[in-house]
Design a binder for this molecule. Structure first.
Ligand SMILES: Cc1cc2nc3c(=O)[nH]c(=O)nc-3n(C[C@H](O)[C@H](O)[C@H](O)COP(=O)(O)OP(=O)(O)OC[C@H]3O[C@@H](n4cnc5c(N)ncnc54)[C@H](O)[C@@H]3O)c2cc1C
Length: 538
């Protein structure tokens, strides 16, 4: 579908959009018309910024935009009917964070609960309360899935095609800047490998991404396939009520037990104001996390010994640590699993749960036959086998009529794409809490928008690095879900501004202080010619 000029004069009608019409002024509600699919040709509304996704990063982006760019009109387009993204979607027993809330929380809103590891509903409430307190909840258009975004250089605008997930209608909006906050995985289906004989199994086979609300596992034998954060969460959460829970893993992961309540938070909370306590805990955890990551990368053998000693403390002396807790990869080649208060080991010691390390030969009518010949009896099988990575929420993007393949682009400052104007991807860290980086990206977007306004620019287009800069994959985790997706992700360069740092203090310094106009980005005023998209050699 080609680009049509925006027709803001059509913007009168029912759906409220949030518009913040000037510094210091109060918010106003503007109304817009819903147009039937037959008549939807041109954008029905034109906004300064469209944020895609109302998860933790989309709500954060909107809060930053409201406070730092008060004159900008914006809306949040959300495919589902709820705020919270991951923290609303996942409903499996025990769902919780696996990084601490003092860093998973927003920079601008303290997490005041002393629990460092929080359950899903508490995180969902925190995101919703933030949206409400900052007044950005009224800017959300639920049931709006972005399917295409087309950039026009002559117009210096994105034309965004949206599918109404409730009515099936197509709506078109336009904007000057697109901030993508769609997370990193597919919402419609999790990753499940093909298991031989799966159709023979007599009981339910459940993926944690689609947990049935009414699933009764009381006195049932449950086998959880997987070894990641979800599997180690499910075991203690289901044990006790289930007859028995077995975690069946092909190979072990690194597991670290930590206190769920931060002792320093307990000590400080009655003595200092919440903001100061939050800031202290946040920096303590950022530095601890970064320090342990660096140590693990530099001295992997030492890190392995520390992790192993930590596990051994919780299990009987004759437990087969080598078989079930000795990963085949180095620490931080994949995310490390966190176990609050050693809850996993407690249910193992109580005989309510166990870990089996083996390969699946086939599902049977009554369970799973393993390569070793052993049989695991099961009434319910849970496939905690991961996610399907998806960038930009599955939307297609084009620039001046040319489709953009993400793998042909190089990320600029880890947040924009070479050859793609006025678009930011809000992606978090893989070795630290997601929100730490999302906050930085959103702040940077605000700096960028204000800079463009000050200089009268309409377009900013990141450039691909010169041939002297080597290109490498966007992510360096060896996890299956990352490896399966590398072809669908942008690349990164080996030096700034094309390098993606997994380092919050460094990023924080660079994102807050680096020059807006550098060798990696080009600014122009409206309608200055059509650029050829830049391609990167594979
Ligand atoms: C079970 C689980 C536990 C996790 N625990 C942690 C943790 O402890 N710490 C950590 O740092 N990270 C964790 N993560 C990673 C986690 O996803 C991020 O921390 C964070 O919640 C992602 O937030 P987000 O807003 O960027 O994306 P999401 O939470 O994925 O939200 C994206 C939103 O965008 C919407 N959307 C997607 N596509 C479109 C589209 N085309 N149009 C419109 N809307 C769209 C979705 O409906 C959704 O509401 C966890 C992930 C999972 C799955």
């Amino acid at each position: 579908m080609g680009w049509r000029s925006p027709h803001p004069e059509l913007s009168l009608g029912e759906t409220p959009i949030l518009s913040s019409p000037g510094a210091g002024s109060s918010l106003s509600l503007v109304s817009t018309t819903e147009v039937s699919p037959a008549t939807v040709e041109a954008p029905t509304e034109d906004l300064d910024v469209l944020i895609v996704g109302a998860g933790i990063s989309g709500i954060g982006a909107a809060c930053h935009l409201r406070s730092r760019c008060p004159g900008k009109t914006f809306a949040i387009l959300e495919a589902r009917d709820a705020i919270g993204g991951t923290w609303d979607l996942f409903r499996y027993p025990g769902i919780r964070s696996d990084s601490d809330m003092f860093t998973l929380g927003y920079s601008f809103r303290p997490w005041e609960d002393p629990r460092a590891i929080a359950d899903g509903p508490s995180i969902r409430a925190y995101v919703r309360d933030t949206a409400r307190e900052h007044g950005v909840d009224r800017a959300i258009r639920f049931h709006h899935r972005v399917v295409r975004a087309e950039w026009s250089t002559p117009e210096a605008r994105w034309s965004v095609e949206v599918e109404r997930t409730d009515t099936g209608e197509t709506v078109r909006l336009s904007c000057g800047f697109l901030q993508i906050c769609t997370g990193y995985y597919r919402y419609d289906e999790g990753y499940t490998p093909t298991f031989a004989g799966a159709e023979r199994f007599g009981g339910p086979i459940i993926h944690p991404q689609h947990w049935p609300e009414d699933l009764d596992y009381t006195d049932k034998r449950v086998v959880v396939i997987g070894s990641g954060a979800t599997a180690v969460t499910l075991l203690p959460a289901m044990a006790g009520r289930a007859a028995h829970v077995t975690m069946l893993q092909r190979s072990p992961s690194y597991i670290v037990a930590l206190p769920s309540v931060d002792p320093l938070a307990e000590r400080l909370r009655d003595r200092l104001p919440p903001r100061i306590v939050y800031s202290i805990l946040r920096w303590k955890n950022v530095l601890l996390m970064l320090g342990s990551f660096r140590v693990a990368r530099r001295w992997p053998e030492f890190a392995k010994r520390v992790v192993r000693r930590g596990i051994a403390k919780h299990l009987p002396p004759d437990y087969e640590l080598d078989a079930h807790f000795e990963p085949e990869y180095e620490p931080w080649d994949q995310r490390v699993c966190l176990v609050p208060d050693g809850d996993l080991f407690a249910v193992m010691n109580a005989g309510e749960a166990a870990i089996v390390t083996d390969r699946i030969e086939t599902f049977t009518e009554t369970g799973i036959r393993l390569a070793s010949g052993a049989e695991l009896e099961a009434d319910i099988i849970v496939t905690a086998t991961g996610l399907n990575v998806q960038a930009i929420g599955g939307a297609r993007i084009s620039v001046d009529g040319r489709e953009v393949e993400l793998s042909d682009t190089v990320a600029y400052k880890g947040m924009m794409l070479s050859g793609v104007p006025n678009l930011a991807l809000t992606l978090g860290y893989t070795n630290a809490s997601w929100t730490l980086r999302c906050d930085l990206v959103s702040e940077y977007v605000c700096r960028l928008l204000n800079h463009m306004d000050e200089r009268g620019y309409a377009q900013c287009t990141p450039k691909a690095p010169p041939p002297s800069v080597a290109i490498k994959p966007f992510l360096d985790l060896k996890s299956g879900y990352v490896q399966r997706s590398l072809d669908a992700l942008p690349k990164q360069g080996t030096r700034p501004p094309w390098q993606l740092h997994q380092n919050y203090p460094l990023d924080r310094f660079l994102m807050k202080t680096s020059r807006m106009e550098d060798e990696g980005i080009e600014f122009s005023r409206a309608g200055r010619g059509v650029r050829e998209p830049e391609r990167v050699a594979a």
